[in-house]
Design a protein around this ligand. Sequence first.
Ligand code: ADP
Length: 601
Amino acid sequence: MNTDLLAQFFEFSNDLLCLANTEGFFVKVNPAFIKTLGFSEEELLKRKFLDFIHEEDVELTLKEVEKLSQGATTIGFENRYQKKDGTFVWLQWNSTPDPASGLLFAIARDVTEQKKMFRLLEQTQNIANIGAWELDPKTGKTEWTEQIFKIYGIQPGQSTDVEIGINQYHAEDQSIIVKAVNDAIEKKESFDVKLRFLKSNGEEIWVRSKGDPVLAADGSVQVIRGIFQDIDAEERMRMALATEENILQNLIKHTPAAVAMLDLEMKYLAHSDRWLVDYDLGEAKILGKSHYEVFPDVLDRWKDDHQRVLAGEVLKKDRDHWIREDGTEVYIAWELRPWFDSHGKIAGLIMLTQVITQLIETELGLQKTVEDLQKSNLDLEQFAYVASHDLREPLRMIGNFSELLEMKHSGDLNDQGQDYLGRIIKSAERLQLLVDSLLEFSRVGRKESEVTAFQLPDLLGEIQEQLHLYLKENNAVIEIQSDVTTVKAVRGQLGMVIYNLLHNGIKFNESDTPTVQLKCQQDENFLYFQVKDNGIGVELGKEQKIFGAFQRLHKRNVYPGSGVGLALCKKIVERHAGTISCSPQKQGSIFEFRIKKDPTL
Ligand code: ADP
């Protein structure tokens, strides 16, 4: 070859070219060499080339030089050279000795960047626990990167084949990888499988194996190239998560309440069976669907509520009314709360609802019944009032005329006639008493009565006054114990209750000195009265019955009365938001009642 051309090639080559002698000195270096290392030609030729080599690479380099001196050539040998600035470059050498001149001809390439990239790749593979492999389908031989050896737990550098590769898969999964590899070779299909794998130490892990056939120009499979990755940690976490999700889904599904879990876009993530039942959704598949698609008639104000909850609020309503598109009325109680992802961010909302339509309907029905009852009670009271009021006049006439008949014409009547007349008069008197009591009873609920404030001692004094004669006739005493002063009640009615109870205590009494004790007390909310007598007492078991109208335990001819007194007391006490009861004692009885302070009638 033309010497000039050779000189030019030497001069302009991008590769590092040099000649060295067996004493270990460069004889000639090209400009690329000078440029790469930063030393001048003079500096490079002056020192032995071993001086420029990284101390860790000296030994290997000496071995390589030794081989060259024996006539061998070097291909792809790599070592590090120090540059003028102190840093190192990786050079890859192809050298050949010239026996004639005793010189070494060498070409080097700066592979520092490739080396860096390679190291990076290696690190990445280490971090990702991932290795690359290549299978030659003709020989069955495989090439593995170091990471695969590590996962297999085999010493790197050993020769491997497809059989070694497959052997360590879990027995139950081997058929899968065999089929995948066969299909890649025969059908040119790629594969990507997750299988169980046994490391050489017996540990079972999950791995991912992915392979792609690489085709030759004639369309045949040249090699299969793929990756192999230890995905044990991720896979176990994924499985644990899946189990957890499964548990959660099941829990929600079988919750005996209507619950639904939605994402930020109001799409269903989970719901209980009861949700479908309560909203007549049958077997509908609503997971993944928007709430607004499932319920197109959702109220606008509810949509606002959803947004508020997605912004962090918890909302609740005990009774809400929903008129559905088809006109059905639904009452529901509901609670909405946001749920949070693992970063603590709102990820959607949870709806808990209870359809209470039936409950409300029953309640409304009951309310109506109560109203009807109140009305019919009022009607009855009105009737009793009108009847008793209007009966009084004709009754009085019967009484008056019977008495006139007795006074003026009793001589005209024989014994039987007089007996009949006597009975008519007595019956008229009794009827008068009954009608009067009834009138009094029906008056209690009427408007005339109103709550006023008054002094209880005054009222008690008046009652004692009214009973004065009756006490005298019966040699009876009343003992009062009270420190209550001002009270608020319907004065006349409270008077009636106290009067009746005191009167009964003396009336139903056979002792020589009938004694009735009255105690009055109060607390923050109620006034308490107790009337205790030493009379004949109330038969056990009858203590409720005696509060019914016209209920009497004793014969009229022994103890006169209409049987309305206690019923009247009960009615008055209840109008004052209170209660009344009787407790039979060994001797005598105790009647107790309480009324609300300042009641609203
Ligand atoms: P009346 O006194 O007109 O009979 P009440 O309604 O006041 O009607 O009483 C109903 C019945 O309760 C009485 O008939 C009587 O049998 C019984 N009773 C009421 N108070 C007493 C009492 N202090 N001791 C015993 N029995 C009583």
